[in-house]
Design a protein. Structure first.
Length: 207
């Protein structure tokens, strides 16, 4: 078989191999056997990735700069931010939990955001094609480690427990975090690495 592997796509559900064709704008290719979505117009995937990373970066910065909750117990008031919560874990010697939290809410999401931004810059200048390939492989791993949604749910669970004996007020960061999770769920999960790679190789070849 001398077919170039880059021109083939495998269905993630039934594993049927298909030959790839260029799709018109906003069109979707589906598996001929089971109807599963194979890939969509690649330009669309690229713009989705760029808009995702810019929006996510802004929300990420806001979520980390402002207080996530204000807790009032009697006359005492404490203001919690996401970085201060992580720092507390380390202060209390929860090194393993602290390190995991650090990876899933800081390192992994930031790696994903900056990888997309780096790909954007590299494609714009059409440089370091091989390096772009590594970034896409790295993205496939780091994406699985970005678990801000799970972090959000755990905060919610902790808050429900606090409700009994403290007055709680959500801060700006709480809203940014909810928006971040929504953007993450809607955009990030819908960007397929295979579409990105198709876009990038096409962009480089058009040099
Ligand atoms: Zn299929």
């Amino acid at each position: 078989m001398d077919e170039n592997l880059d021109n083939l796509v495998i269905c993630s559900k039934c594993h049927t191999v298909h030959k790839k064709i260029d799709l018109p704008y906003k069109k979707v290719a589906k598996c001929a056997v089971c109807g599963n979505k194979l890939y969509s117009d690649v330009e669309n995937a690229f713009y989705k990735a760029v808009s995702y990373s810019v929006t996510a970066l802004i929300l990420f910065v806001v979520a980390n700069l402002y207080p996530i909750i204000k807790v009032y117990i009697g006359s005492n008031q404490s203001i919690l931010t996401i970085p201060s919560m992580v720092a507390t874990l380390f202060d209390e010697n929860f090194y393993v939990v602290g390190s995991i939290v650090l990876v899933v809410i800081f390192i992994a999401p930031l790696s994903v955001i900056f990888s997309y931004l780096a790909l954007w810059v590299l494609t714009y200048f059409k440089i370091y094609k091989n390096f772009s390939k590594h970034i896409i492989s790295f993205l496939m791993v780091s994406r699985n480690w970005a678990m801000v949604d799970i972090f959000g749910v755990s905060i919610l669970v902790a808050l429900v427990k606090l409700f009994g004996y403290a007055q709680i007020q959500p801060g700006v960061s709480a809203y940014a975090l909810v928006l971040f999770i929504l953007v993450d769920l809607i955009f990030l999960k819908s960007i397929k690495p295979v579409e990105l790679w198709t876009y990038f190789s096409r962009a480089y070849d058009g040099k």
